[in-house]
Design a protein. Structure first.
Lengths: 112, 113
């Protein structure tokens, strides 16, 4: 059984640029959620995808967008990067009807 | 508005003793609670969960207790081992059509050998 994988592991961008982060869900899972974890904080919910559609969103602006593909993998896109976007971005997969979400190792984004 | 709070940023415990990590929440609609453990440079690892219809759930050395009237849950680790040293997050959710988790800020546990 393959766990949740994310790419890249680290990324450095400059303010105003755009970034795409990728996530492969655990085998058999049909739901992907994205979280942002700032230093010293707990993960904060960005949005969730189920059956290729957004299924819930946290308090993040529209420049945070995503996609889910037929194989349940997912992308997180962030446009017009700001310094405060520097954080660890976590992807988690789950079965929609079940509770536990299983996290990938994260992508650490630094915006200069 | 921090709906899930972990008021102790850190905790040190001797190996073999009990570790008790606490978590408080404010939203009475939460009906599912989880604990995650996080090592540096890794994503959170699911430990144990509890539904609001229960007040206790046990899995090996880990037990979670839920006190709904106090809106409080705790994680007990017995006996504590040095490998348990990590940051522990509690999370809560309710079914609003989206299973999103609200996380606390974490407690760093250090188990001393």
């Amino acid at each position: 059984e393959t766990g949740v994988t994310q790419s890249p592991t680290h990324l450095i961008k400059t303010r105003g640029q755009q970034v795409t982060l990728r996530c492969s869900s655990q085998s058999g899972h049909n739901t992907v959620s994205w979280y942002q974890q700032a230093l010293g904080q707990g993960p904060q919910f960005i949005f969730q995808y189920y059956r290729e559609e957004e299924n819930g969103r946290g308090n993040f602006p529209p420049r945070f967008s995503g996609l889910q593909f037929p194989n349940y993998s997912s992308e997180l896109n962030v446009n017009a990067l700001e310094l405060d976007d520097s954080a660890l971005y976590l992807c988690a997969s789950s079965l929609r009807e079940a509770g536990a979400q299983y996290f990938g190792p994260g992508t650490r984004l630094l915006v200069l | 508005d921090q709906q899930v709070k972990q008021n102790s940023p850190s905790l040190s415990v001797q190996e073999g003793r009990i570790s008790i990590l606490n978590c408080d929440y404010t939203n009475s609609m939460f009906d599912y609670f989880l604990w995650y453990k996080k090592y540096p440079a890794e994503g959170p690892t699911f430990l144990i969960s509890i539904s609001s219809i229960k007040d206790k759930n046990e899995d090996g050395r880990f037990t979670v207790f839920l006190n709904k009237s106090a809106k409080h849950l705790s994680l007990h680790i017995v006996p504590s081992q040095p490998g348990d040293s990590a940051v522990y997050f509690c999370a809560a959710s309710f079914n609003s059509g989206t299973y999103k988790y609200i996380f606390g800020t974490g407690t760093r546990l250090k188990v001393l050998a």
